[in-house]
Design a protein around this ligand. Structure first.
Ligand SMILES: [Zn+2]
Length: 164
């Protein structure tokens, strides 16, 4: 119970101290509270649908898989970490969320938090596009879109870090 309360305080800080777009913050909030309608949850409601991840077709679609283990998603986050010199928490949901929460407490962590939030939203959008429209963007295009969104919401000092 106590852990649950501590967790919720951390999540609240992560959403409040976050300069990402409102849409992407909403999707991150849904992820944290396990409210996103991923296929594993939809199937638990008794709906018979394709269990595998629509982006890679390799494993069941869960939060852990879709955002952290899927080759498509993990590749985008790994590239962001490499380009921005961020420490990659290694693809385990709880570890990544912990590291993002601790970054949200620091002024220096603003870009990290923004990138992570926009990345989650971008992946969710590509997943929906694949399921409902049958196509999704190449990871490099998504990466470029994320950089563009973050740059638009940054100040001059932060933007210069994006160009280095
Ligand atoms: Zn996948």
């Amino acid at each position: 119970m106590l852990n649950d309360t501590v967790e919720r305080v951390r999540w609240k800080r992560l959403i409040c101290n976050n300069y990402a777009t409102p849409k992407s913050k909403f999707i991150l909030w849904m992820v944290l509270h396990n409210r996103l309608p991923t296929v594993d949850r939809i199937r638990r409601w008794g709906v018979n649908c394709e269990a595998r991840c629509s982006l890679c077709r390799n494993e069941e679609e869960t939060i852990q898989h879709l955002f952290f283990s899927c080759a498509y998603a993990a590749g985008i986050w790994r590239d962001i970490c490499r380009l921005m010199n961020f420490t990659d928490a290694g693809g385990i949901y709880q570890d990544v969320i912990s590291s993002v929460c601790s970054q949200a407490r620091k002024k220096k962590g603003k870009l990290f938090v923004m990138f992570f939030t926009e990345c989650v939203y971008a992946i969710w959008r590509q997943r929906n596009n694949k399921i409902f429209k049958g196509n999704y963007k190449d990871a490099n295009v998504v990466l470029r879109d994320i950089f563009f969104t973050v740059a638009n919401r940054s100040n001059d000092v932060e933007r210069s870090k994006l160009l280095m």
